[in-house]
Design a protein around this ligand. Sequence first.
Ligand code: NAD
Length: 367
Amino acid sequence: MPTRRTFIQHAALGTAALAATPFASVYAHTSRTRRQKIGIALVGLGYYSRDLLAPALQECSDCYLAGVVTGTPSKAEEWMAEYDIPEGNVYDYDSYDQIANNDAIDAVYVVLPNALHAEYTIRAANAGKHVICEKPMAMNTAECIQMMDACAKNKVKLSIGYRMQFEPHTQAVMAMGQEQQFGPVRHVIAVAGYREGRPEHWKTNGPMGGGAMMDMGVYPLQGARYVLGEEPIRVMAQTTYQRPEMFEGRADETTMVQLEFPSGAVAQLTTSLGFGGNYLKARAQQGWFELEPFSSYGGITGRSSDGPIDFPAVNQQAVQMDDQARSIRDDQPMRVPGLEGLLDMRVVDAVYASIASGNAVELDPWS
Ligand code: NAD
């Protein structure tokens, strides 16, 4: 497991080089001037790209759908027609690296099965493109480090598609917890699940990145981490199967995790591909706050011991991609950088190690 110290030593060269590089020289090889809107190519045209990201890109003000990467020629035709994408901005998985020669595409958004995130992030970085990568960042921390190294080496930005961190109710509970508005938070409970009914889908296939912890589990894990603003030091986890014929030996169906934090706070997380659930509750020393739902695409609602947590609804994917596009355009740090994905995967690695051994896994303090 990487610690903060070993990670920083490992990444120091790349990060320092990136920080010292002015915006203009990052782009020197493309001899391009700044454009107002960042061109994004979606990589993988499955459910999330089709139903959420592409429609959201139509609402974005700082980025637009410039291209697509797909292995299915019929999808390429449909998307070109529907979104007015020129043929020259359409790639398949073999021609993907040629995206390096396309000035219209500033960034790729990797929306592939989780086992492919590292490969397609690294190839994009080597092609000189900024990367937004869907959650979970990768299969393990080793892959996360390779992805961050590739982006640092190529002087491109990396962000993870954690849309909740761009959502106002979520930002409010992050502030309540991290700024200790109700005193120190002592206990977090978070649940995220749905009933997956597709036995052949990659989400039920561990080696492809399937399983409850990898899929929905990162939402309660994020919730505990962003409410507390600290990294766990002890992880204990168990898995159960409601449908062993579909999951056992393939991927975790329902996983329960107990986390202990340096402050003494504890968190209980439950995630499932067998049943639904969607809430986050935090108990602090002088009060409490909660969101239910806390990870849906819309309708996030909350309350605290002081009253309702109430903000206007936003298109989460649109505000996320606009924020990421502005960071790219203005050469500012990403709100949700690759490190955020790595810190989740460090815990996910420990969750699976704990399930395998039946014992708690100790993590070195991160700071
Ligand atoms: P999906 O199965 O619907 O789409 C995956 C796409 O990848 C398909 O178009 C498929 O053809 C393509 N693909 C390429 N190579 C493949 C291979 N070897 N095996 C299988 N498919 C292959 O999946 P999805 O639900 O769109 O999820 C894609 C990513 O987006 C995942 O990382 C997932 O965790 C993430 N996601 C995030 C959110 C969110 O709210 N942030 C929501 C849904 C999915």
